[in-house]
Design a protein around this ligand. Structure first.
Ligand code: MN
Length: 478
């Protein structure tokens, strides 16, 4: 054997070893992520629905610029994440129910048949030095359990073969909206051209989104576990905020306390921007500038919840800045709490959401009539004080997909509210700027329901008792 060929075979031997030595394993530090087998089963189930003569294409959410060199925190597309558990941008999933022949990743002399290909960002020493480690194709297969992965620069070359030799009759691709921009939009450009009729006229194009959304309605045990953690973390944060709040604090300061507890307990971030509104801001439904200082005698409405491994909880508590509800605050608060309890009591499998909502409406109308705030007991009158729906499903999105009829494994928020802005005519001044919302995450169980955020108190006495304790936010910084 000549020296030259010895060197060559040494090089070939080293090649797989170098692949193994790549550090993609340092991407997933969390030990309680949903297992790749679960995502695999979801993809299999979806392929079953789509049928043999189809191709399914899903793509990651675009990266979004905040200002100049700074992007917004990246968040994967809900449906893409549901199917892959993959968090990197610029990724494309191909589902090939009939199978497709590719070169084996381990032995490139062999052809194998795969039913899914994940296109991912290539490994890149320089880019990774600046922006963080990447899975690469090997990491995607080893850690995320896809049949096969390629770098995304090969998507455009692979696509025509798939379209014209794969024999698919129907191609499922989510509609490309105008806000799909940046690198992912460029990668999908040729596909978009095909869809717009310049090529591939012999296939039918359909949007697969409704199929995936349907699958997401009833949560599996591993999803319920994520939502249980997100809700428990949110409840702990509410308790810490109640124990820490005092006159002179900023709404922003309370908001920061929530976020600190979320992260301290392992959540990545809040599922939506924290809403912390006191007094005149408590009556604004999605207030989130949080710049006011909270004052003695005011109520704080805090709608803040954690997102844990992609699943967002949604919890609201309303509490007095000085630790004791005033008489007027107490009157309004008790109506909202009674409405919430009446609604939750109706939640069980086989019940329609509209019936749960009616239970809350009824209590709120009775209460407001009794206080003399409503002249007639009608829904249009009530809507001046309570202008939103009773709740919504939660999941990968804080306002998740759902349906009217309740089944075990579905989760809803129950969040009645009363908001008395000074613009409502005929209301005594003592009720002005009282905004109350109470929101919990309720899991539908085979027997009835379970409140996943119940470890944060809702009864007036329990809140006042908790607020006598000191929280972690009472420590002076300097
Ligand atoms: Mn909500």
């Amino acid at each position: 054997m000549s020296g030259r060929s010895l060197k060559l075979s040494f090089g070939l031997l080293l090649f797989p070893l170098l692949l193994l030595a790549q550090d993609f394993r340092f991407i997933e530090y969390d030990t309680d992520l949903i297992k790749p087998e679960v995502h695999k089963a979801r993809r299999e189930k979806l392929m079953e629905k789509l049928g043999k003569e189809t191709i399914g294409i899903f793509y990651s959410a675009p990266e979004r610029n905040r200002n100049w060199d700074v992007d917004y925190q990246y968040r994967q597309d809900d449906n893409f994440y549901y199917l892959t558990g993959f968090t990197e941008p610029n990724s494309i999933l191909l589902l090939l129910p009939a199978g497709y022949s590719v070169r084996s990743m381990e032995d490139t002399s062999k052809m194998i048949t795969v039913r899914e290909i994940l296109f991912v960002q290539p490994r890149d020493v320089t880019r990774e030095q600046w922006n963080g480690r990447r899975y690469g194709a090997e990491g995607a297969v080893k850690l995320r359990g896809v049949d096969y992965a390629m770098t995304n620069d090969r998507f455009q070359a692979t696509l025509p073969g798939l379209m014209f030799r794969g024999g698919a009759r129907i191609v499922y691709v989510p509609t490309m909206k105008s806000d799909l921009t940046g690198d992912i939009a460029a990668l999908l450009g040729p596909l978009k051209n095909m869809m717009e009729g310049r090529m591939g006229a012999n296939v039918e194009w359909r949007d697969p989104t409704s199929h995936v959304r349907q699958m997401r309605i009833v949560k599996g045990p591993e999803e319920i576990e994520m939502l249980r953690k997100a809700s428990e973390i949110s409840a702990v944060a509410h308790n810490q905020a109640m124990m820490s709040v005092e006159p002179g604090m900023g709404e922003f300061e309370l908001g920061g306390l929530y976020e600190y507890v979320f992260r301290r307990m392992g959540a990545e971030y809040a599922g939506y921007p924290c809403i912390v509104g006191s007094s005149e801001n408590s009556v604004v439904l999605h207030y989130n500038t949080n710049r006011k200082i909270v004052r003695n005698g005011e109520l704080v409405l805090a709608d803040c919840a954690a997102e844990y491994h992609g699943y967002s909880s949604d919890v609201t508590r309303t509490y007095p800045v000085n630790g004791t509800f005033s008489k007027a605050q107490r009157e309004i608060y008790q109506i909202v709490l009674d409405a919430q309890k009446a609604a939750i009591a109706r939640i069980k499998p086989g019940v329609r959401w509209s019936s749960v909502s009616e239970a809350a409406d009824s209590v709120i109308m009775d209460g407001l009539v009794q206080l003399g705030l409503m002249k007639e007991r009608t829904r249009p009158e009530m809507r001046k004080f309570y202008m939103h729906g009773l709740g919504h499903p939660v999941g990968l999105n804080v306002h998740d997909v759902g349906q009217q009829m309740m089944e075990p494994g579905m989760l809803y928020t129950v969040e009645p509210g009363i908001y008395i802005s000074e613009n409502i005519s005929g209301v005594p001044a003592k009720y002005h700027d009282i905004g109350v919302r109470i929101e919990d995450v309720i899991l539908v169980t085979p027997e009835g329901n379970k409140n996943l955020s119940e470890s944060s108190p809702r009864e007036i006495n329990d809140i006042e008792r908790m607020m006598k304790k000191r929280g972690i936010g009472n420590q002076p910084l300097r």
